[in-house]
Design a protein around this ligand. Structure first.
Ligand code: FMN
Length: 191
């Protein structure tokens, strides 16, 4: 069903989720034509979770293609109709805020904007500590925006980080299938 599907997998700077996202990339690369996109921050930040150049190398090895990591490269997504669906995983609070407010100053937001002009779906797998505080209004806006779909999410640490929400990255494929059928995978709220 996903055979030959062209997927843009866009990674933002939530580094703690990268192993889960790379596992999803490995699963998807078996059946889809996968291209990785990284925000400029993601493509240049070394953290305790790993070095940027190592993540880039792993993604390029999985996809067999260079990572798209500039606005110039991401602009091609629109006129080239490069993808059937873009999956932003992980999506930071920062990128959620930009998408909600039509700000296009990174490779990921450029790819999304270029893709949305073709009326195609964007799937968001969020991971952010401020989702139920400063980020809540941005999420609410995107929930009501055409062609945006969410990988089901829940509170990842309700006691320690009560405003934090994280997607279940194991549900990326099911969310993509539903989004391509014009449907939000339910339940969107997880316990
Ligand atoms: C080690 C580390 C971990 C981070 N984890 C997250 C995170 O899980 N979620 C988030 O929204 N931002 C996180 N950030 C902050 C983002 O990387 C920062 O907001 C950045 O500007 C995001 O840019 P982007 O959205 O263009 O990728 C983290 C930053 C660092 C250095």
């Amino acid at each position: 069903m996903r055979s030959g599907l062209k997927i843009g997998l866009a990674l933002c700077g939530s580094y703690c989720t990268y192993e889960k996202v790379i596992a999803a990339a490995e699963r998807l690369s078996g059946e889809c034509d996968l291209t990785a996109i990284m925000s400029e921050t993601a493509a240049s930040t070394d953290s305790r979770f790993g070095k940027a150049e190592d993540f880039i190398a792993r993604l390029e090895s999985i996809t067999g293609k260079p990572v798209i990591k500039t606005i110039t490269a991401a602009e091609r997504v629109g006129p080239g109709k490069l993808f059937d669906v873009i999956v932003i995983a992980p999506c930071t609070g920062n990128t959620l805020a930009k998408l909600a407010n039509a700000i296009t100053d990174t490779s990921v937001t450029m790819a999304a904007k270029a893709h949305l002009r073709n009326g195609r779906p964007v799937v968001i797998a969020m991971s952010t500590n401020d989702a139920l505080s400063g980020g809540a209004m941005n999420i609410a806006q995107l929930l009501n925006r055409k062609n945006f779909y969410f990988v089901p999410f829940g509170q990842d640490d309700p006691i320690g980080k009560p405003a934090s929400l994280a997607a279940n990255f194991d549900l990326i494929e099911e969310t993509v299938d539903a989004a391509l059928a014009g449907r939000q995978l339910q339940p969107i709220l997880l316990r």
